[in-house]
Design a protein around this ligand. Structure first.
Ligand SMILES: Nc1nc2c(ncn2[C@@H]2O[C@H](COP(=O)(O)OP(=O)(O)OP(=O)(O)O)[C@@H](O)[C@H]2O)c(=O)[nH]1
Length: 397
């Protein structure tokens, strides 16, 4: 008798440099999944799991790998455990998407998947998201990004609303030159056809996983030697990676570190904007949620800074939600203590008993500095998720 065929669930890796738009694309897929059940594995680089909070999955289908770069998990056992959970028949998932941290080495993730002995998964391809507006500058700083494009199966040239048509076409040609046979798709806010990911046969470059590397190809890859430094997993937790001379030389995250800041005292909008205006050059990415207290009692503000680009997206506080500011800052050569001190100085302490409270008109004016960075409706993402709900979903797995 023939044994029943094991159903294999495709696992797609979603990669791309810090702030390129991975979470935005993932949320687009989740909102437009048309009945497809998508399992999500999120790999945050910082200790506060901002990405996990902003992914809107089905309850019970999102897991967070938390703090650190997944690409350096030597035994990959945590990933295997999550994949095992997500591939259980009771989860009824059709596809699993792994959102890599913005500093992960996608080749390593692909290797881990190909090496996994989980019989229920099937490697479903590598999607590399590129920030059209930042591409040239990022590539200059990190020439190694070229090799990420070289192993992609599908490249999404995102944020094309931030460049002109001519520039977009020029970038497309450059990216296509680097990514070989992979399809290159232009997008705004990651709005791509979900079928490009869920059914590889429908790819414009005519399917059959064209351009996808085999396990052997990956093992032959140039950066394999660099990965050998990962045998020492010490310190590979997203903090204090020791700068560019460390054991993960070939890896992007070797040069970066993340700094977290949490406050239950609201931030003063004027002071906080001054902090952002004077942020150091090396601080490439800031993300999280800000409570402006009296500046806006009704909303929490999702904050995204990518390079010099800045945006706030307000969303109403959920009932009973704890009013916190939670920020993750990712940069190279930044002074963690100075950043924390700078943010602590932004806290809007309540007036001492007997002192006059600040004039509401003054506070309102101070909020203008923030509101300038709230996108107009037509280019806004859909409202960010409520963090509390997301944590519940993650915890259920
Ligand atoms: N203008 C514009 N902004 C975009 C687009 N796509 C994403 N963004 C914004 O870019 C910022 C970063 O997007 P994310 O989706 O969080 O990026 P990410 O790659 O997940 O970021 P990391 O996890 O930190 O690496 C957010 O403010 C998004 O709203 C786009 O096509 N155009």
């Amino acid at each position: 008798m023939t044994p029943p065929r094991t159903q294999q669930i495709p696992v797609v890796v979603l990669a791309g440099f810090l702030g390129s738009g991975k979470t935005t694309l993932l949320n687009h897929l989740l909102r437009n999944r048309a009945g497809t059940r998508i399992g999500v594995v999120v790999n945050d680089f910082g200790a506060i799991e901002i990405d996990a909070m902003t992914v809107s999955g089905q309850v019970g289908s999102t897991v967070s790998l938390g703090n650190g770069c997944l690409c350096c998990a030597v035994d990959a056992s945590e990933l295997d455990t999550f994949l095992e959970t997500l591939t259980r028949p009771s989860a009824r998932l059709d596809v699993i998407v792994i959102e890599a941290s913005g500093l992960a080495e996608p080749q390593e993730l692909v290797r881990m998947l190909l090496a996994s002995d989980n019989p229920h998964i099937l490697y479903g391809g590598l999607v590399e998201v590129v920030d059209a507006a930042e591409f040239e500058a990022t590539r200059q700083r990190h020439p190694e990004l070229d090799r990420h494009l070289a192993v992609a199966d599908l490249v999404v040239l995102n944020k094309t609303d931030r460049v002109g048509e001519e520039e977009r076409e020029r970038l497309r040609a450059t990216v296509a030159g680097l990514s070989g046979p992979a399809a290159v798709i232009s997008a705004v806010h990651g709005r791509i056809d979900p079928e490009l990911l869920f059914d590889p046969a429908l790819r414009p470059d005519d399917g059959e996983m064209a351009g996808q590397l085999s396990f052997e190809d990956l093992l032959r890859g140039d950066d394999h030697d660099a990965h050998e430094g990962c045998d020492d997993h010490e310190g590979c937790d997203g903090h204090g990676h020791g700068g560019p001379g460390g054991g993960h030389d070939g890896h992007l995250h070797a040069a970066y570190e993340s700094v977290e800041f949490t406050s239950d005292v609201p931030l003063d909008p004027r002071r906080f904007m001054a902090f952002l205006d004077s942020r150091p050059e090396g601080l490439y990415r800031i993300k999280g949620f800000v409570d402006f207290g009296a500046g806006d009692r009704d909303n929490t503000y999702a904050l995204h800074a990518v390079g010099r680009f800045l945006r706030f997206v307000p969303r109403p506080w959920a009932r009973g939600e704890r009013r916190l500011t939670q920020l993750v800052m990712i940069g190279a050569g930044t002074d963690a203590e100075a950043l924390r001190r700078g943010l602590t100085a932004c806290r809007a302490e309540e007036p001492a008993p007997g002192d006059a409270a600040e004039d509401p008109a003054v506070i309102e004016r101070a909020m203008w500095g923030v509101l300038r960075y709230v996108p107009r409706n037509e280019d806004a993402d859909e409202a960010p998720e409520v963090p509390g709900e997301q944590r519940e979903a993650a915890a259920e797995v």
